[in-house]
Design a protein around this ligand. Sequence first.
Ligand SMILES: NC(=O)c1ccc[n+]([C@@H]2O[C@H](COP(=O)([O-])OP(=O)(O)OC[C@H]3O[C@@H](n4cnc5c(N)ncnc54)[C@H](O)[C@@H]3O)[C@@H](O)[C@H]2O)c1
Length: 293
Amino acid sequence: MALKRLDLAGTTCVVTGGARGIGEALGRELHARGACVALLDTDLEEAEAVAASLGGDRVVALRADVTDPATLSEALRRAREQFGPVTVVCANAGIAAGAHAFTIDSAPDGLFERIIDVNLRGVWNTIRATRQDVVSTNGHVLITASMYAYINGMINAPYAASKAAVEQLGRALRTELSYCGASAGVLFPAWIRTDISKVAFGEDEVATGLVARAMPGKLGARVEPAELARIAVDGIERRRSRTHVPGFFGVYSTLRGIINPLTDFAFARDRVTQAGIRRIDERAGTGNDRNCP
Ligand SMILES: NC(=O)c1ccc[n+]([C@@H]2O[C@H](COP(=O)([O-])OP(=O)(O)OC[C@H]3O[C@@H](n4cnc5c(N)ncnc54)[C@H](O)[C@@H]3O)[C@@H](O)[C@H]2O)c1
């Protein structure tokens, strides 16, 4: 079924993780295009500050934790009550390891579970809580994955695993919605200037060095959230299946079957990369009992 381009003016758009970073920027861009925007976040104060800065009666901030379906459905009930059924859902809330990078070995207990809970189960909960609205309005779901869905996930494995998994959810959802006149797409940001990416841009010295080595020059440049939001919302209007920011990462993604075996091979033989990984293990106290040269 060929779907019409989405006209966002007057529609109800929900953004999870809408208080900061990419979610805030998506909310601002959707609002600028005439949509009524519900910013859902665990941090109500920050979401309210964003809503207040937008002003007017087309924006609301609501507390919701994507890992808790009850808070999610209450926030959605209030969004519907205020603006009507939801047409666009940005399943965007996500977390990473924090200020320090870890290997699989050195990650603190519970970190993997927490990241999967928010990044994967949170997206699952969001999709299921909004499905009926999206179908009834011929709407669109945008799932924020990451380039970590397809690049090597060294020193960021739980995050990379969660993002590879949400790419699969997005692809399946698009196909499953196709007979209902609704659509879904996946957003693959590379490096965006928000809190999450600070770890690889100065906050963790070892991670910063490893990222700069693996992604030199333009590959490692950070994009402003507002620029990403303009591209992502264009993608929502056009119901794009995949949106890469910056766009040239789309070429990498298309060629991933060829590039990934080569990069995996190179990383596993690169002594500087190995030394960085060893430092991460050693500073966490997990590197010493290994039978490593
Ligand atoms: N910044 C990047 O370089 C980058 C790159 C690729 C993908 N992403 C993805 O973009 C999304 C947004 O990240 P960001 O960079 O804006 O990070 P951010 O930390 O600036 O913002 C994340 C927002 O999500 C909220 N949040 C966290 N857990 C939540 C929960 N359980 N329920 C509801 N809200 C919750 C936070 O309070 C925060 O407002 C994430 O899914 C992230 O993985 C970011």
